[in-house]
Design a protein around this ligand. Structure first.
Ligand SMILES: Nc1ncnc2c1ncn2[C@@H]1O[C@H](COP(=O)(O)OP(=O)(O)OP(=O)(O)O)[C@@H](O)[C@H]1O
Ligand SMILES: [Mg+2]
Length: 277
């Protein structure tokens, strides 16, 4: 893994030319590059990607399929190596995965033979090894309760519906109390009712825990409803941040109020125009 920190490459044009005070920044992606070696030669997925995400911010990421969204998120998670540039959490360069960053994928990858509670406890035990067994259980139960799984603590993951499994995934991610929650199309496979309900749960816990959330979505409405800022990635190869849209709706938001707001269609048009180019 090669880190380029020479100054001559740091003609960084932060999106919109805005410079944030460093004590407000949670995540700093600087001149990020990702190259996948392929049989036909190197494939440069991301290049000159600069993005700063603030503490307690909710950022959604949109971009065409294959542009490199998952690649970027998995690099932030520390699960995918960095080919150039760097990623810092609270000013320190990441060196792999860590409990400061929780991840929720499209399918929650639970241990199918374990119960909902045991699945959440797996994460809790790892991150809070010195807590007593009953404290660990209380944490896990608290988050399972938050995601509406009161009656299912002792059900095996394999016996849960997809929506319930994703609820366990959300509970597990929050229960390890990360500073940053990374979500890769977490609701993509769910019906729209469950999706709406889980969006509300996600926002409620995010707001309460005061963490930073970065979520990839294909859904423009979801991107607007959840975000403080929507980040648009250009199409690959050599994808980078193409544009950033501030969503100024006050919180807490309701779907109805967002849909009725006069700015809603302006935001929507902005995103769709970007994607259609
Ligand atoms: N391990 C890998 N080796 C080689 N190429 C890869 C690898 N992982 C991803 N790619 C390629 O990198 C590009 C970006 O992939 P990525 O999964 O990050 O896109 P994405 O924006 O998340 O797409 P989607 O919206 O479909 O999930 C794609 O062209 C993909 O084929
Ligand atoms: Mg993806």
């Amino acid at each position: 893994m090669e880190m380029q920190i020479e100054n001559k490459t740091s003609t960084i044009s932060h999106e919109n030319g805005i410079v944030y005070p460093s004590d407000k920044i949670m995540l700093d992606l600087k001149d990020l590059k990702k190259v996948y070696p392929t049989p036909k030669g190197d494939y440069v997925v991301l290049e000159h990607l600069n993005l700063q995400i603030l503490k307690e911010e909710f950022v959604t990421i949109i971009g065409h399929s294959g542009c490199g969204k998952t690649t970027m998120l998995s690099m932030i998670a520390g699960l995918n190596s960095i080919s150039g540039g760097n990623i810092a959490v609270l000013g320190s360069a990441i060196k792999g995965p860590g409990p400061d960053r929780g991840v929720i994928f499209q399918s929650p990858s639970l241990m199918p033979w374990m119960t909902a509670l045991q699945n959440v406890l797996l994460g809790v035990n790892r991150v809070f090894p010195h807590a007593s067994k009953s404290q660990q259980k209380d944490i896990a139960k608290y988050y399972l309760h938050k995601v509406g799984l009161d009656g299912a603590f002792n059900k095996k993951a394999s016996e849960l519906s997809q929506g319930m499994q994703q609820r366990v995934g959300i509970a597990r991610a929050f229960a390890i109390k990360p500073k940053v929650l990374l979500l890769d199309e977490p609701f993509g496979m769910l019906d729209s009712l469950t999706r709406g309900e889980l969006q509300d749960i996600l926002i409620e816990i995010w707001n309460k825990e005061k963490i930073t959330a970065v979520m990839i979505t294909h859904d423009v409405d979801e991107a607007i409803f959840l975000a403080d800022r929507v980040v648009m990635m250009t199409s690959g190869p050599r994808a980078k941040i193409g544009d950033v849209l501030n969503i100024d709706f006050e919180r807490p938001r309701t779907r109805k109020a967002v849909l009725e707001h006069s700015d809603y269609y302006k935001y929507r048009k902005h995103l769709i125009d970007f994607l259609e180019h």
